[in-house]
Ligand binder design. Structure first.
Ligand SMILES: [Zn+2]
Length: 615
């Protein structure tokens, strides 16, 4: 799921558990002379990598076991155990990352060089070698996280019982249609970030220092180095992808603006940016909550999968079996017996658990599980297919060295689950006996609109978070322009404006979790692009001749083979190799999004006659 990275040992540095883990997820740069004896040899590298793989295997399993128990049985003790094991894991990987730099100039086979790079790039933040500065950075990060976690808005500071946390504010943004109320809640939440600015500024300085000591130009360059190409080339790739989908986004934006103007009046300018408080989400990142305001007439699907599941008494286990059958129909082996014995499928009645959906590979081999509290809803039916995508990925790469048991880049894992969810079409539901007859094509616009408000609306947001951070890290955006630059990017990419001018007394980027938590965000943009590219390639392999949004790869062994060819590579090869194994292309390509939404795009053209597009 997009908001919270799934559990994966090698990504300990990105776990959004709200613990001190992320702050501690760092390494001190090595001193200039760590090796007074003879220079290291290729044999030393082999010994080192064997030790690193063994240790990360052992500690990874321990971390998964402790994490699983903690999340399925929350007590003070399981929290303490998980935190302790997590810290051991992080300390170990930080040590290995530092040690790996000793072998920068040793001549070794390509796969060993790649493992060394994986270790060096497993960090999100590098702390400076100077001990006092390292400590200051860790404390600063912990404070930033705490400021976000404890953030509340108190409409009447004299009455503490009026204070609202993020859940309550999120609900207001999603459901209220009262502009004044929406604006107050939006401004209320953004107020929590005001005090973060000095800490963030200091964090940028210190983390950059650590990154430079590791040989990177700055922390942003260190993040971009993960993508198997020169950092600047990667940034250009992203611009190219955005250029492909931007015309479709502009149309969706213009249509939603027109409908919101009908609802809210002149506060929504006819040809300008959309006020950020009106899009159903605190960051205007997904717009599905305004669907009732923009719904095309006579275009609902004509059936409700949620109602069908309930009427036919399809229970949680049945829903998971349907999901498994999707993958076995592609040629994947059935899930192991332990999956059914050890997963968590329903909310237990006797204890607290973390119900947020996630997928696990406890032993980094066969002991795969999912954890979610299944309700009989269409959403959960789709989520099950998504989470199982993680499990089948994990099992496909289990024979790789431990350091390569991950997706080809950090966009791929999320993209796979979503790719499969795109195959949950009406035709698929007919095939598995849940639906008698698929609705005719005239009903597709409603479904495509819902999906566009989620996936197309998200693209510019997914792109701009790290555009801002990369420029902040590089110094192109200076602290006296933090907020102005943020809103420049929001305007440029999203066409969204704040309810009233926001000066430098505010720090609006801090109101988005991933900024104070320092979690990189570009993976979500990549996943959004890749899932449609994967879906199109697999649909072609399956011989689907329907419009792309009606294609399901269910029962296609040809699609299954292509999928498995990519999944089984794990992280062992640069991601263009993995992409090629599935799609035949080494380049990311956002035109699959245009293909998928082609009927909606034509429909939008008809709605927008005489309307201004853009802002
Ligand atoms: Zn996921």
């Amino acid at each position: 799921m997009r908001s919270s990275p799934w559990m994966r040992a090698l990504r300990a540095c990105a776990i959004a558990a709200g613990t001190a883990a992320a702050a501690a997820c760092s390494v001190s740069a090595p001193g200039p002379h760590q090796n007074a004896g003879s220079p290291p040899t290729a044999a030393d590298v082999k010994t080192f990598l064997d030790r690193a793989n063994d240790t990360m295997h052992r500690l990874g399993i321990a971390q998964n076991e402790a994490g699983w128990v903690q999340q399925t049985y929350i007590t003070d003790d399981t929290n303490a155990i998980a935190a302790r094991v997590n810290q051991q894991y992080i300390d170990a990987i930080a040590g290995f990352a530092k040690e790996a730099t000793k072998y920068d100039n040793v001549d070794v086979p390509a796969d060993q060089r790649r493992q060394l790079n994986v270790l060096k790039l497993s960090l999100v933040m590098a702390t400076p070698a100077n001990h006092a500065e390292a400590q200051e950075l860790t404390k600063t990060m912990a404070r930033l996280e705490a400021d976000y976690g404890k953030g509340t808005w108190c409409p009447d500071p004299g009455k503490p019982d009026t204070c609202q946390n993020i859940d309550a504010i999120t609900r207001t943004l999603a459901t209220s249609r009262d502009e004044k109320q929406l604006r107050a809640a939006w401004e209320g939440w953004h107020g929590i970030a005001v005090k973060m600015k000095p800490d963030y500024e200091r964090f940028v300085t210190l983390s950059n220092k650590g990154a430079r000591e590791l040989g990177f130009a700055d922390s942003g360059a260190m993040w971009r180095a993960k993508y198997d190409m020169p950092p600047d080339d990667f940034a250009r790739e992203l611009d190219r992808l955005w250029g492909q989908v931007r015309p479709l986004y502009l149309k969706l934006h213009a249509y939603v603006r027109m409908k919101l103007r009908q609802k809210y009046g002149d506060i929504v300018p006819a040809g300008g940016p959309i006020p950020a408080q009106l899009l159903g989400n605190l960051w205007a990142q997904e717009w599905t909550n305004v669907y009732p305001l923009v719904a095309p007439a006579h275009a609902d699907a004509g059936y409700s999968l949620t109602d069908i599941l309930k009427a036919r008494h399809v229970g949680p286990l049945d829903m998971v079996r349907d999901g498994e059958r999707f993958y076995t129909s592609l040629g994947f082996a059935p899930l192991p017996k332990t999956f059914w014995e050890r997963s968590l499928f329903v909310r237990p009645r006797d204890r607290d658990v973390v119900c947020h959906a996630s997928a696990w590979d406890i032993d980094m081999a066969d002991d795969v599980r999912i954890k979610l509290c299944i309700e009989q809803t269409a959403e959960d039916f789709s989520t099950i297919h998504h989470e199982l995508g993680h499990n089948f990925y994990q099992r496909s790469y289990k024979d790789q060295p431990v350091l390569f048991r991950d997706s080809a880049n950090d966009g791929f894992h999320e993209a796979i689950g979503d790719t499969i969810a795109l195959s949950v079409t009406p035709e698929y539901l007919v095939k598995i006996g849940l639906l008698d007859k698929a609705p005719d094509a005239s009903r597709d616009i409603g479904l495509l609109m819902t999906r566009a408000l989620d996936k197309v609306a998200f693209l510019p947001f997914g792109l701009l978070i790290d555009q801002w951070r990369w420029k902040v890290f590089s110094g192109e955006i200076t602290p006296d322009r933090y907020n102005a630059a943020w809103w420049d990017l929001k305007l440029k990419y999203q066409g969204v404006a704040p309810p009233a001018p926001r000066g430098e007394e505010f720090f609006d980027p801090g109101a988005k979790y991933h900024v104070p938590d320092n979690t990189p965000y570009m993976r979500y943009f990549l996943a959004d692009i890749l899932q449609f590219q994967f879906h199109r390639a697999l649909a072609r392999a399956a011989g689907c001749t329907s419009p792309l949004h009606r294609c399901s790869i269910y029962e296609s062994k040809e699609a299954g083979q292509k999928l498995n060819a990519m999944l089984s590579m794990g992280l062992s090869r640069p991601w263009p190799d993995a992409l090629e194994a599935l799609t035949g292309s080494r380049q990311m390509d956002a035109t699959a999004i245009l293909d998928y939404f082609a009927p909606l795009s034509a429909w939008l053209d008809a709605q927008l006659k005489g309307q201004r597009v853009g802002w």
